[in-house]
Ligand binder design. Structure first.
Ligand SMILES: Nc1ncnc2c1ncn2[C@@H]1O[C@H](COP(=O)(O)OP(=O)(O)OP(=O)(O)O)[C@@H](O)[C@H]1O
Length: 341
């Protein structure tokens, strides 16, 4: 649905060129939830805003459904923006309008529905985001989570195919963040809506996204399925963000720091596994299948989106032959294993 080709963006600051995006290439599929993660100043907002041309790239192409939107005239751009909804970190609601008035606003601007049809659509959207009882309140009377629900309803009013989320949960507490992420996931599944979001929080990516791109210094440094990037981060920035979001994974990615070296005598092996095998008695199998002895140094069972996963850091002691039997057994269960030292 979206294809970004060789995108570059430079700003001119005090007569100097500042490069915000350099040679960005990405493809985002229809119905996908795609996350862009990076530290402050990495170029996330510039990249997201290039998708509806709130930010005009210096060079490169942005193709939506095969059409290069950077070549659109103002009439086509206006029509395109009606097909793209956007939500913001600080909600950007109109404080002088009620909740219903805020949601009605984009419908009024489009002008394709009469007053009765608009009222019906607003009622539908209020129900969708769980704010029917708050229709006549003003934004200042709402909590942050409720304000973002209004933002979501407003963004969906014209039935967009694409929703852009600009740090949509960064101003919310963890519990409210989860409820907003669940709402976005419901909407993605119910309407097949493509969602592109930017965030600096790995937890948001883990809960909501199918794929992720990591941006640093205006360049995409790593991208792939969330589960692959999270469990096997390659770039230092990605490893840093994963470690920050999850201390257990941090210790497993860098056991040399987490454990006293002189206490580790055997072969350190990290196992990662996905899906049903998470619920299998793996360690019992290993103990029965080989004479190698093992110590559990670290372990975690959790999920990424709806996919259960496990990871274990084990120290094996035994002969080379014993340990290769362990690896053969792991292969049989399709358990990924890497020897750390
Ligand atoms: N309008 C602008 N004029 C000049 N420089 C800009 C402008 N907007 C962004 N930049 C610069 O471009 C780079 C990328 O900024 P951008 O806002 O896209 O990063 P970000 O990852 O979204 O950061 P944050 O998480 O802090 O919002 C930064 O160096 C920033 O200072």
């Amino acid at each position: 649905m979206i294809r970004i080709e060789q995108l570059n963006k430079t700003y001119r600051v005090d007569g100097r060129e500042v490069s915000a995006l350099t040679d960005v290439n990405l493809e985002i599929g229809k119905g996908e939830v795609f996350g862009i993660i990076g530290r402050s100043g990495a170029g996330k907002s510039t990249l997201l805003r290039s998708l509806n041309l709130l930010e005009r790239p210096t060079s490169g192409r942005v193709l939506i459904d095969g059409e290069d939107i950077t070549r659109f005239d103002s009439r086509r751009l206006h029509a395109l923006r009606q097909r793209i909804g956007m939500i913001f970190q600080h909600f950007n609601l109109l404080n002088a309008k009620t909740v219903a008035g805020n949601i009605d606003w984009p419908l009024k601007c489009t002008g394709s529905l009469d007053a009765a049809q608009r009222a019906e659509r607003v009622a539908e959207l209020l129900a969708l985001v769980g704010l029917t009882e708050h229709a006549n309140k003003y934004p200042t009377q709402l909590s942050g989570g409720q304000k973002q629900r209004v933002g979501i309803a407003r963004a969906l009013a014209n039935r967009p195919q694409l929703l852009l989320c600009d740090e949509a949960t960064s101003a919310l507490d963890p519990e409210t963040t989860q409820s907003i992420l669940r709402l976005l996931l419901d909407i993605n599944r119910q309407f097949g809506l493509t969602i592109v979001l930017i965030t600096h929080e790995m937890q948001v990516i883990r809960t909501l996204c199918d794929r992720v791109a990591v941006i640093d210094g205006g360049r995409i440094v790593e991208s792939g399925k969330v589960v692959d990037v999270f469990l096997h981060p390659r770039h230092a920035v990605t490893r840093g963000m994963v470690a920050q979001s999850d201390p257990l994974t941090a210790a497993m990615l860098d056991p040399g720091h987490a454990f006293a070296k002189d206490k580790l005598r055997g072969t350190l092996v990290r196992l990662t596994y996905l899906g049903d095998v998470t619920y299998q008695p793996i360690l019992s199998h290993l103990a029965a299948a080989t004479p190698a002895r093992f110590t559990i140094l670290q372990g975690e069972v959790s999920s990424i989106k709806d996919l259960p996963f496990g990871q274990l850091l084990l120290e094996f002691e035994g002969s080379e032959d014993d340990i290769s039997k362990v690896f053969a057994e792991l292969d049989r269960f399709e358990i990924h294993h890497e020897v750390l030292q």
